[in-house]
Ligand binder design. Structure first.
Ligand code: NAD
Length: 357
């Protein structure tokens, strides 16, 4: 049965980078006879301009019917002064919650060809390959009650609630254990069980789940130590699983170990394996429309989409190999430029990946 892919280019560099990924997807669709059907819709600032709404009902309905979504990025200065509820980011959040995308997968892979782009010593990061699995729809970012109140003595008080139910922990735990099974077989669960009861439960549930995955070696680490270990000896990790807030911070930290945000893909999945795939970076308004954006994070997001939502491992691996090959050829967009590299623009980089395929 044919599968449907929705492309949501969004704003800023979004349309430029998604169109390069689209070329690559069309090629593997033909070469591997995947039978994918593509369509495009509006989200973020582009949707606000056209309809007044960052996530029009038509886009949401379209997303719900799709097997997978490839998103560019949303946002930009043009929409910065809008009310919180009407800003482009609301489009993203609406898609995540509307589709119940509870599992965020962010690989941090350092291509050996780019080892000098990292701020850490090449020997510390060369060959780095970590996957961070972050719970995305629960925890302190969504817990109730929340707000700012005035206490009895008249002082204002801000408060949030850090809450996870056992079933929420279990379902993200399963994604992480299964990911570890497909990779190096090691899972590190990150919590703050020495201080927070909610993460003590997190640790208990992860330990309990481990019995179902005897082939995965589970360890636990406090989040403060994990932050330290990520810069001290990041190659000790294979898969890391953690809650929404710790994952938000640690995944950005891990991303930067690799040097360029233009290289990092991500996936957000629900329990039906429907997913939204997007580069980790934003809409880069400072370089939009200039052909300078690095399309590789989006092309690698398309590879993740093939692997995780569309069950097409071979073309996914072929795309990743093609990306490595263009880096071997010395082709570099401005963000990853090195003294011995040859600088290319967005389209040229996309064409090079196509040729390498
Ligand atoms: P950004 O990631 O857009 O840009 C940060 C820096 O990285 C900029 O200098 C930019 O030029 C560079 N950069 C980003 N992607 C690049 C690429 N593919 N190739 C080369 N260079 C790249 O973050 P920002 O400047 O903080 O945010 C800009 C806008 O993007 C804001 O409106 C923000 O709200 C939005 N944003 C959206 C998302 C998303 O859609 N998921 C995520 C983060 C930020």
């Amino acid at each position: 049965m044919s599968k449907s892919v929705l492309l949501l280019p969004g704003d800023g560099i979004g349309p430029e980078i998604v169109s390069e990924a689209e070329k690559v997807l069309h090629k593997v669709n033909d070469d591997y006879k995947l039978g994918l059907m593509f369509s495009t819709d509006l989200v973020g600032g582009a949707a606000i301009d056209a309809t007044g709404d960052p996530l029009p009902a038509k886009t949401m309905a379209h997303a719900q019917k799709s097997d997978a979504i490839l998103l560019g990025a949303v946002g930009g200065p043009k929409w910065d002064d809008l009310d919180m509820a009407k800003r482009p980011e609301k489009g993203l959040l609406g898609l995540r919650s509307g589709l119940q995308l509870f599992a965020n997968l962010r690989p941090a892979v350092l291509y050996p060809q780019l080892a000098s782009a990292s701020s850490l010593k090449p020997e510390v990061v060369s060959g780095l390959d970590i996957l961070i699995v972050r719970e995305l729809t629960g925890g302190i970012y969504f817990g109730q009650p929340r707000g700012v109140r005035t206490s009895e003595n008249g002082e204002r008080q801000g408060y949030n609630t850090y809450v996870y139910s056992e079933s929420e922990i279990r379902r993200i735990g399963r994604v992480a254990f299964e990911s570890a099974q497909q990779r190096g077989g090691k899972l590190c669960s990150v919590d703050k069980a020495n201080v927070l009861e909610v993460t003590r439960l997190w640790r208990e549930v992860m330990t309990d789940l481990a019995q179902e995955y005897p082939d995965v070696e589970l360890s636990h680490m406090y989040v403060d130590n994990a932050a330290m270990q990520l810069v001290r000896a990041p190659k000790q990790f294979d898969v890391i699983v953690t809650g929404n807030m710790f994952g938000d911070i640690l995944s950005d930290q891990a991303a930067m170990l690799t040097g360029s945000i233009g290289m990092l893909p991500s996936a957000s999945m629900n329990s039906e394996k429907q997913g939204m795939f997007e580069p980790c970076h934003g809409s880069a308004p400072d370089i939009a429309g200039q052909g300078l954006a690095n399309p590789l994070a989006t092309i690698l997001s398309a590879a993740m989409m093939l692997r995780y939502s569309l069950g097409a491992e071979k073309p996914a691996a072929a795309i990743e190999k093609a990306v490595s090959k263009v880096l071997d050829q010395g082709l570099r967009t401005a963000d990853i430029m090195s003294p011995d590299g040859r600088q290319v623009g967005t389209r040229e980089m996309g064409d090079a990946v196509l040729a390498a395929l």
